[in-house]
Ligand binder design. Structure first.
Ligand code: MN
Length: 217
């Protein structure tokens, strides 16, 4: 939080002026955007009411490739920063899960569920195990934090919640660890073979089967 943020002086704001209007945090940065537009004439979003649509997303996919693994992806700077997590993210802070960085993926990849054809890179079945919004715990560039080898963040997913940290310990090896907060528990990670897609409720096997059925895309 910036010390000069106007919200800091909210307690002693003047008795007149704009003080009668309730303002959300997002209103400040969207003021210019709105000032330039007539929302009775444009279909563009005004951005009022609900939280901003632009909250960065995360996705955890389960990928039955040459080895079964989870793919953990965080939206940052217009791409999905990605790690392969062999045993998957755990809800138990005592679990230090190996996370091997993989190439940045396009944002649209967070919607991918299905079968990568035999012979193609990453051939095998993918399901979307969890998804939601995420945010870094600290201000500043996510890319820069990752370059320094440490990122703490919060997940607000369908399955995963609360604080996590990604920490590099070797050039190509990171650890993904749950923070000990009220969302921590001893459940760990479900069996990926039995785990179900958060979108379709299907297992890997059911997803592979439905993809290979005649008449189904
Ligand atoms: Mn993968």
């Amino acid at each position: 939080m910036n010390d000069s943020h106007p919200a800091k002086s909210a307690g002693r704001r003047p008795a007149h002026g704009r003080s009668g209007t309730r303002r959300n945090a997002g209103d400040e940065s969207l003021a210019e955007y709105r000032r330039r537009r007539d929302f009775s004439r444009t279909a563009e979003p005004g951005g009022t009411g609900s939280p901003p649509d632009s909250a960065p997303r995360f996705v955890v996919q389960i990928h039955d490739a040459s080895s079964l693994h989870f793919d953990f992806r965080l939206e940052a700077d217009g791409v999905l920063k990605s790690w392969a997590v062999p045993r998957g993210p755990s809800t138990d802070p005592r679990d230090k899960r190996l996370a091997v960085p993989t190439e940045d993926h396009p944002l649209a990849y967070r919607d991918f569920e299905g079968v990568i054809a035999p012979g193609e890179y990453g051939a095998g079945t993918v399901i979307i195990w969890d998804e939601g919004a995420w945010r870094p715990e600290r201000d500043g560039s996510v890319t820069e934090a990752l370059a320094h080898g440490h990122l703490t963040f919060r997940l607000d997913g369908r399955k995963l919640h609360g604080g996590y940290a990604l920490t590099r310990f070797r050039r190509r090896a990171w650890l993904l660890v749950k923070r000990n907060d009220r969302h921590a528990d001893g459940r760990g990670t479900p069996d990926p073979v039995r785990a179900r897609s958060t979108r379709t409720g299907r297992t890997l096997r059911q997803t592979a089967h439905s993809a290979s059925r005649p008449g189904h895309a």
